[in-house]
Design a binder for this molecule. Structure first.
Ligand code: NDP
Length: 449
């Protein structure tokens, strides 16, 4: 089923483009949601009356700030920091911080917008937000990272709080960065307020399974899509792009469920290892030594490194894009289908272009959009907040089971909603509508704010 925009929604979308010029990723994210909402307005005329769609497309608050810092040689650098507090109808703003040179307002807004619906799908009390900076952490020393994080938090802290806005990690922000930011928040506010950031270290308020959560959750989601088709990961050849947090733990869970991951990547190239990716080596290279993925081949002579390669050209049955936005275009999607791909689960946010999505939907494969498939990360962040609020720390298996149950519920919710709205097996329709309705109902209930 090829999506198209309802005629009532088209002018709203045009206004979004006009009000947010040049923010192409944000336009893309809004279009993808609005294209599926036509039938919702028919069933819920009150949403039109309350202008819920227009309101949901306008962030509640957007913060842009200067982040000055000094490198190890004493040179001063200026970066730009962002926090877009998009929607707090269901709970405090919640969403990660991204440090990457490509970051600008349009990227943070696309991520924040998608986060509203994703967070609603988890069923937990969290609103949507996102933030970050155009700072490039690559090649920086530990001290430089610390000085940057401290400067970033010196401004951001005034906008945060466990009942206000609770950031986490994303691209370029992992446990180390969260640590430096939490330290600075604590110093400035004189409060040991665990619930203000998630993704914390296990010794100081973090939750077991948070590190693994996005990758594990995305794999659980795909497993559910496969189950519906009387299939499983057993014996499946898989490719997982990226080699960061989401990629690593997706690979780990796929392997546990009997699949074989034969390729991963970074922004410079692709590793193909027919025998199966050696995950312990990837963890050592990426999490501990912070090296590039090309170094993998110096340890495995039978693996190949393809400089500038395209991971989607490698035949697979399950593809899990886990690097960044728009990494699968229409041509890549066609190639995946031709090569026998039967399921795609998005660990990354918006990794497939609109053309690519069309190809997957038309082919009728199991396609799990990021909003649903990668919601396990933020869901486990919300579990971290629960533990913080009750000064508790749950065991690994207990927390992982909660994550798995949440992903099973999200899958069931999306599946049932897609059927209800006449688009069976279309998880884009299911995720957008199920997430939207929860937020829209809360917005109506809270009045015109
Ligand atoms: P990391 O920084 O840990 O890893 C990112 C990986 O993707 C790296 O291998 C990186 O390679 C690669 N990558 C990043 N940008 C590009 C690019 N422009 N082109 C090609 N490769 C790129 O980030 P995460 O694993 O945390 O995030 C990956 C994706 O998952 C993102 O889309 C993020 O929004 C999404 N996500 C993350 C969640 C989390 O809990 N961390 C939760 C939900 C979604 P290189 O080192 O060369 O840049």
């Amino acid at each position: 089923m090829t999506p198209h925009m309802d005629e009532k929604l088209e002018p709203i979308f045009q206004e979004v483009i006009q009000r947010n010029p040049g923010e192409t990723e944000f336009h893309q994210a809004v279009r993808e949601v609005l294209e599926t909402l036509g039938p919702v307005l028919v069933k819920h005329p009150e949403f039109t009356h309350h202008k819920i769609i227009q309101r949901i497309c306008e962030p509640e608050r957007q913060i842009i700030f200067r982040v000055p810092w000094q490198d190890d040689s004493g040179e001063v650098h200026i970066n730009r920091g962002f926090r877009v507090e998009f929607n707090s109808a269901l709970g405090p703003y919640k969403g990660g911080l991204r440090f990457h040179p490509s970051v600008y307002l349009g990227i943070i807004k696309f991520l924040g917008f998608a986060q509203i619906f994703k967070n609603a799908l988890t069923g937990l009390p969290i609103g949507g937000g996102k933030g970050g900076s155009d700072f490039d952490p690559k090649g920086k020393s530990d001290d430089e990272i610390m000085r940057f994080c401290q400067s970033f938090m010196t401004e951001l802290y005034r906008h945060l709080g466990e009942y206000t806005d609770v950031p986490a990690g994303d691209i370029g922000v992992g446990g180390r960065e969260i640590g430096y930011m939490f330290g600075q928040y604590k110093r400035i506010t004189n409060r040991w307020e665990a619930g203000v950031l998630t993704g914390k270290g296990l010794d100081w308020g973090g939750s077991l399974v948070r590190t693994e959560a996005t990758g594990y959750g995305a794999t659980f989601f795909v497993n559910e899509m496969l189950k519906v088709r009387n299939d499983s990961f057993e014996g499946k050849i898989c490719t997982v792009s990226g080699s960061g947090n989401v990629s690593i733990y997706t690979t780990e869970k796929i392997t546990e469920l009997g699949g074989k991951v034969v390729a991963c990547s970074d922004s410079n190239g692709v590793i193909y290892h027919e025998k199966g990716i050696d995950l312990e080596l990837v963890k050592q290279l990426k999490e501990i030594e912070r090296r590039r993925i090309k170094d993998y081949v110096s340890y495995h002579k039978d693996a190949k490194y393809i400089t500038g390669g395209n991971i989607w050209e490698i035949p697979c049955q399950v593809a899990m894009p886990s690097a960044t936005q728009n990494e699968i275009n229409g041509k890549d999607a066609k190639r995946l289908i031709q090569n026998g791909c039967i399921a795609v689960g998005e660990g990354a946010n918006m990794p497939t272009t609109p053309e690519g999505i069309r190809v997957f939907l038309d082919a009728g494969i199991a396609y799990g959009p990021g909003k649903a498939a990668n919601a396990g990360g933020v869901a486990t962040s919300a579990l971290e907040m629960q533990q913080n609020a009750s000064r508790d720390a749950w065991p690994f298996d207990f927390t992982e089971k909660k994550l798995e149950d949440i992903m099973i519920n999200i899958h069931a919710d999306c599946f049932a909603t897609a059927e209800e709205y006449g688009a069976p097996n279309n998880y884009v329709v299911g995720a957008n509508i199920a997430g939207f309705i929860k937020v829209a109902k809360a917005m109506v209930a809270l009045g015109l704010i």
